[in-house]
Ligand binder design. Structure first.
Ligand SMILES: [Mn+2]
Length: 361
């Protein structure tokens, strides 16, 4: 090698070294995530003060519980228990089998009228509207202070303190943010409850509510000791055989409507009873019938025991179903929404078809 090229090589190496050094200096600076604001917001401070003042705290969520409602009640409830507060975790409906594992570590109690009487503080979690509390709506007048924490669009702020963030994946992610900011304990059972809600509300991270912050939240929960194998086994790999068989029957007769853009399935009480199932069963049917090529919207109607109908809507994104659900007195998200109506299965089917015709025009 001639001296000139050796010299050049030296310069190049030092330039490279210089660059590397610069990068290393940059790495020493604190990492900044857009959502990680070290300051606590006014709402968070209000919640903090309310918790500090309270001796007795109750938590409750909506009827027809899902992973996010059960997870947020258990996650925040356990974290508050750890701080020595007297905490009651209320439910107002049967826990679906797949979420029963959460009850092993979390003492859920079935709410009865009057049980919220005298509670210093009541957290209402994951409830897009007060009416989703169904018969337990009375708790809003029983507790002294009501905190409404949620991520649904058009939440009407029915609490004394309202923290609604529609950008966040789930109420469980919002609860984790509160735990972080208020420095509440995050043990593995809190983490497992919160992870359950995030994984189910994001459709296992498939839905577009999965943001960078969601995955950072999950990373933090995994570090806190989430038993994710248990969650997957219980929530996604424990289907009831009778349910799978009925699912097969329903799918066999499926006929898409509106040039194949919509699927609509109806389940009567009789059909459910014939298979020894209830209204909470077959909640995946709506995903199966949406995930068909060409289909944009899936609708599932379930007849309730009182004769009314539960409507579920799912969309791939071309059409919004939250407004559709609202036109039936319900609500939800752009791609996943629902409503409960008093009309019977047949009448509801007719009016849903009419509403879809308007939407798809
Ligand atoms: Mn939710």
């Amino acid at each position: 090698m001639n001296p000139l090229s050796r010299g050049l090589k030296c310069i190049k190496r030092s330039m490279r070294y210089g660059r590397r050094k610069k990068r290393e200096t940059r790495r020493i600076l604190p990492k900044k995530h857009p959502r990680e604001n070290p300051m606590i917001s006014n709402i968070q401070r209000e919640i903090q003060q309310a918790i500090e003042k309270a001796k007795t705290i109750a938590l409750i969520s909506h009827k027809s519980p899902d992973g996010d409602s059960l997870g947020s009640v258990a996650g925040l409830g356990q974290a508050l228990m750890e701080t020595g507060k007297e905490v009651t975790l209320f439910i107002n409906d049967k826990i679906p089998e797949r979420y029963e594992f959460l009850a092993e570590k979390n003492p859920y109690r079935m709410y009865k009228k009057g049980m919220g009487e005298g509670m210093d503080l009541v957290f209402v979690l994951d409830c897009g509207q007060a009416s989703r509390l169904d018969y337990s709506e009375g708790i809003l007048n029983e507790g002294k202070v009501i905190i409404n924490m949620d991520h649904h669009m058009k939440n009407p702020d029915f609490g004394h303190i309202n923290w609604v963030n529609t950008e966040i994946s789930s109420t469980c992610e919002l609860v984790l943010e509160l735990i972080r900011k208020l420095k509440l304990p995050l043990n593995h059972s809190v983490a497992t409850a919160l992870y359950t809600g995030i994984v189910t509300d994001t459709g296992s991270f498939m839905y577009d509510n999965t943001a960078p912050g969601t995955l950072r939240a999950c990373a933090e929960l995994l570090e806190a000791g989430v038993d994710k194998d248990r969650i997957y086994r219980e929530v996604f790999q424990s289907r009831n055989l009778r349910e799978v068989k009925l699912l097969g029957e329903v799918l066999k007769d499926l006929t898409p409507l509106f040039e194949g853009r919509v699927t609509l399935s109806s389940l009567s009480q009789q059909t459910l009873k014939n298979h020894d199932l209830d209204i909470q069963s077959l909640d995946e049917l709506i995903d199966f019938t949406r995930d068909i090529a060409g289909v944009e919207i899936s609708v599932v109607l379930k007849e309730m025991e009182n004769g009314g109908t539960k409507i579920g809507f799912r969309s791939k994104g071309e059409y919004r179903v939250d407004s559709l659900a609202r036109s039936f007195g319900g609500g939800g998200h752009e791609k996943a929404a629902g409503a409960t109506v008093k009309t019977d299965l047949e009448e509801t089917e007719t009016s849903v078809k009419k509403a879809l015709e308007e939407l798809l025009k």
